[in-house]
Design a protein around this ligand. Structure first.
Ligand code: CP
Length: 324
């Protein structure tokens, strides 16, 4: 992928050179997050942030990253308050908004809807989550978090042992992260899920064809053993046909300090794209893990800013000389 003027719809567009370019720039961007040291690379540019599904992190961190680089953000968070509620098509909406903005970030409940919008748009479109499909910028910040834990060297991600646990059928963050890790060598994936919520077979086959190890199990303890990264995925209640069906999986996999100390090695890091479900009985990550340094879920959210700053700077072909 050439970043300049490109859409980012799936992590499968990326190669290792792209990742190296992006992460090198994200590391530089970490110096310019504070308003005291900001670099207005995108002064005058406008981002349209269109979220047709709920979000806290993705919407605000895309917005904040753009603001940190001096750009302005326009937001649409609800189809009901836009002219979509008057029967306007998504196509016409995008046609119009691509005349108002330099880049568009879209979250939509339907798989493929963001790619359809990109076909219409006159400016680059970034997929911020399309149903149970993909969430590429989340996978990038997840990988960046792993990269920083492995001496900031992409070579150290080869041979990673990762267990991805929970609702693997609907978790777009798990789908994108696994596809992104497919770029590396000899990754050991352990997918832990209830039988009915298994990781998509098509993605598993792609991983196996590239020589990665793929195991499927329903056994949480087995998944927790021998992994470098424990990646928890929330039960995606909003994707189930009904709340009653989702409730069958309430608390199905829940990790706490006692389980972590019993099964994981001391270097294992615990990740989650968030939001984690904090309702009584649902918690996939218990709060008694919160003061453990192995829990890096809030490092992930922090890392969303430099990664998204770098992404915007590359896609909008900002003058990187200004970082000097
Ligand atoms: N990780 C993530 O996509 O979070 P939000 O749904 O809050 O944006």
């Amino acid at each position: 992928m050439l970043f300049k003027n490109s859409h980012l719809l799936s992590v499968t567009q990326l190669n290792l050179e792209n990742i190296q370019t992006l992460f090198s720039l994200a590391l530089q961007m970490e110096n310019f997050i504070s308003y005291r040291h900001h670099k207005p690379l995108l002064k005058g540019a406008v981002l349209a942030n269109l979220f047709f599904e709920p979000s806290t992190r993705t919407r605000l961190s895309f917005g904040s990253a753009f603001n940190r680089l001096g750009g302005a953000v326009q937001t649409l968070t609800d189809a009901q308050t836009s002219s979509l509620s008057k029967g306007e098509s998504l196509e016409d909406t995008i046609r119009v908004i691509s005349g108002y903005a330099d880049v568009i970030v879209i979250r939509h409940p339907m798989v493929g809807a963001v790619a359809e919008a990109a076909k219409i748009s006159r400016v680059p479109v970034i997929n911020a989550g399309d149903g149970a499909g993909e969430h590429p910028s989340q996978a990038l910040l997840d990988l960046y978090t792993i990269f920083k834990h492995r001496q900031r060297d992409l070579n150290n991600i080869n041979h990673l042992k990762i267990s991805i646990i929970g609702d693997l059928k609907y978790s777009r963050t798990a789908h994108s992260l696994a596809k992104l890790l497919n770029l590396f060598d000899k990754i050991e994936f352990t997918f832990v899920s209830p039988e009915a919520l298994q990781f998509p077979e098509e993605i598993s086959q792609t991983l196996q064809k590239r020589g990665h190890v793929v195991r499927n199990t329903t056994d949480l303890a087995e998944g927790m053993k021998h992994c470098d990264v424990l990646y928890m995925a929330r039960i995606q209640e909003e994707r189930f046909p009904s709340a009653i069906e989702a409730a069958q999986y309430k608390g199905f996999y829940s990790i706490n300090r006692q389980l972590f100390e019993a099964h994981c090695h001391p270097g294992t890091i615990i990740m989650h794209a968030l939001p984690r479900d904090s309702r009584e009985g649902w918690q996939e990550i218990h709060q008694d893990l919160d003061d453990l340094k192995n829990l890096v879920i809030f490092d992930q959210t922090d890392n969303g800013i430099p990664v998204r700053m770098a992404l915007f700077a590359l896609i909008l072909d900002a003058d990187l000389q200004l970082l000097q």
